[in-house]
Ligand binder design. Structure first.
Ligand SMILES: [Zn+2]
Length: 285
């Protein structure tokens, strides 16, 4: 970390401490009427909430604590969530059929901490707002907003969040086998964009086909991640084919994605694939 980064971190921490009122004044209630929440609700027809009202119980052993009051940490999360989610076209959310976003603290599945959990059974996305690493921009949390959303998308479009896309499988190096899924790889180092092998942007992408796709989807949406990954894609033919396939498949299903995603393809000299080849593949699922 540079001196400038240390200085910035210090100023940010100081600002948050001042914002928190030196821990003496009572904090205001959870901001259910926050303008950013209202905007998201109006644009996407979904509820962004801090409790489980009108939500069916998740099929997983979810554990968490509810926000009891407003806080600088929650405001930081709301800002980044609003900025990231706002990039998605409403037609996509409609097609994915997402109904609820729930913002919580100390989220775990059983004992395992999670930054987010997609409940594609009940169309709910749970996000943990506790992690403030990389404050104030918090690049990893931005990445997670998109990554977890992709799991909902996959389930809705292909009938399973673990769909074994044959068109994707055949792009991998001969003999390559994925690991045992994202839940078995929890070391934060695996998320680093390290390009560990041809066709993969990080070790997490190698843990499962569903994680491979979700990682690539997420980097397409955040400026910082695309800046890191674009050079890898530019020199890796397998990554090029994966990005091209991912974007083309989705643009064929949601044409409104062309505006945000085509520039990504074009930045690595790629174009959209024709939709007819996906229509044939769609017959098989
Ligand atoms: Zn995942």
């Amino acid at each position: 970390m540079s001196y400038i980064s240390v200085y910035r971190s210090f100023i940010t921490a100081l600002s948050l401490w001042i914002l928190a009122g030196c821990a003496s004044a009572p904090l205001p209630p959870v901001p259910k009427d926050d303008q950013k929440i209202q905007q998201l609700a109006a644009k996407y027809q979904l509820a962004v909430q801090f409790n489980l009202d009108n939500i069916s119980v998740s099929p997983w052993d979810l554990r968490f604590s509810l926000h009891q009051h407003d806080s600088p940490q929650l405001q930081l999360y709301l800002r980044l969530f609003h900025e990231e989610f706002h990039k998605l076209p409403p037609a996509l959310i409609q097609k994915v059929n997402l109904k609820h976003i729930v913002l919580l603290q100390q989220l775990t599945v059983a004992e395992q901490p999670r930054l987010a959990v997609p409940d594609y059974v009940h169309e709910v996305l749970y996000y943990d707002t506790s992690d403030t690493r990389g404050m104030p921009y918090m690049p990893h949390q931005r990445h997670v907003v998109h990554h977890e959303f992709y799991h909902m998308l996959e389930q809705q479009f292909y009938g399973s969040a673990y769909y074994r896309d044959p068109l994707w499988q055949q792009l991998n190096p001969i003999g390559f086998q994925y690991g045992n899924g994202g839940a078995t790889v929890r070391d934060p180092k695996v998320a680093k964009f390290s390009h560990p092998a041809p066709g993969f942007i990080n070790h997490y992408a190698m843990s499962g086909l569903e994680e491979d796709k979700a990682e690539l989807w997420a980097v397409l949406w955040t400026t910082h991640a695309w800046a890191a990954v674009q050079p890898m894609v530019a020199r890796d033919k397998i990554l090029q084919r994966k990005v091209q396939l991912l974007v083309s498949q989705l643009v064929c299903q949601v044409p409104e994605l062309v505006d945000p995603l085509l520039p990504r393809l074009q930045s690595v000299s790629l174009n959209l694939l024709p939709c007819d080849r996906f229509a044939a593949a769609a017959q098989s699922y």
